[in-house]
Design a binder for this molecule. Structure first.
Ligand code: AP5
Ligand code: MG
Ligand code: ZN
Length: 214
């Protein structure tokens, strides 16, 4: 099964993709996480991507399409994948269509996580992640059971993203509305677009996604 989670920055794509991964054995393919890993490793792609990401703009379609195509070929994706953050432009969506055909895979559903822009700055600026296992948390909306200790792995170190400032979120939102939102009619036209209420509480959003998949 190949699923796309489509939504604005802070809509909850990563949060829900982690849950789908844990529950259904699908692999979360977050292009943002892949780019951040490349930046941390100092690879050529990472060096190119860093300043673009910190401005809240989009990395080039060629780079992103190449990364996803190579990733889908890895053996852990054979049970299926959740695309979190890809595609983000019409060119990427078209490239995805041809790559799936080539790989003999089909796109099962595109789930739009609908949110109002007003809540997104608070979501993004309050976000933090376990440095050891990558589990995501929020200062107000998703705290670990024991403060300062990751629920999943017991880790005690956490990181925040350098692009999670109120300023950068505004450009990321603009990029979403200008370049990514046009994918909604694109997938609606193919009859595979579904929607969940991204404004609901995290567990409720999970329930809505599960209901769509059943
Ligand atoms: P990426 O990492 O994909 O960032 P994004 O799209 O801006 O999305 P976020 O990760 O910020 O939000 P999310 O929807 O995952 O929210 P989360 O679940 O964490 O991309 C970063 C950059 O990389 C881009 O700007 C671009 O430069 C580049 N890039 C990546 N892919 C690219 C591509 N394909 N093409 C070109 N460039 C690309 O939730 C946020 C917080 O809110 C969390 O703390 C969470 O706990 C909380 N939360 C989640 N759901 C709820 C809820 N329902 N209620 C309350 N709180 C909630
Ligand atoms: Mg994310
Ligand atoms: Zn952890």
């Amino acid at each position: 099964m190949i699923l796309i989670l489509l939504g604005a920055p802070g809509a909850g794509k990563g949060t829900q993709a982690q849950r789908l991964q844990d529950k259904h054995g699908l692999v979360q393919l977050s292009t943002g996480d892949m780019l951040r890993a490349a930046v941390a490793e100092g690879t050529e792609i990472g060096l190119k991507a860093k300043s673009v990401m910190d401005r809240g703009e989009l990395v080039s379609d060629d780079i992103m399409t190449g990364i996803i195509s190579a990733r889908l070929d890895q053996s852990d994706c054979k049970n299926g994948a959740i695309l979190d953050g890809f595609p983000r432009t019409e060119a990427q969506a078209e490239a995805l269509d041809s790559m799936l055909t080539e790989k003999n895979l089909s796109l099962d559903a595109v789930i739009e996580m609908k949110t109002d822009d007003e809540v997104l700055v608070e979501r993004v600026t309050g976000r933090y992640t376990c440095a050891n296992c990558g589990a995501g948390y929020h200062d107000s909306f998703l705290k670990p059971a024991k403060e300062g200790v990751c629920d999943k792995c017991g880790g005690t170190e956490f990181t925040r993203r350098s692009d999670d400032t109120a300023e950068t979120v505004k450009s990321r939102l603009q990029a979403y509305h200008n370049q990514t939102a046009p994918l909604l009619p694109y997938y609606r036209g193919k009859g595979i677009l579904k929607q969940v209420d991204g404004m609901a509480e995290i567990d409720e959003v999970t329930r809505q996604i599960e209901a769509l998949l059943n």
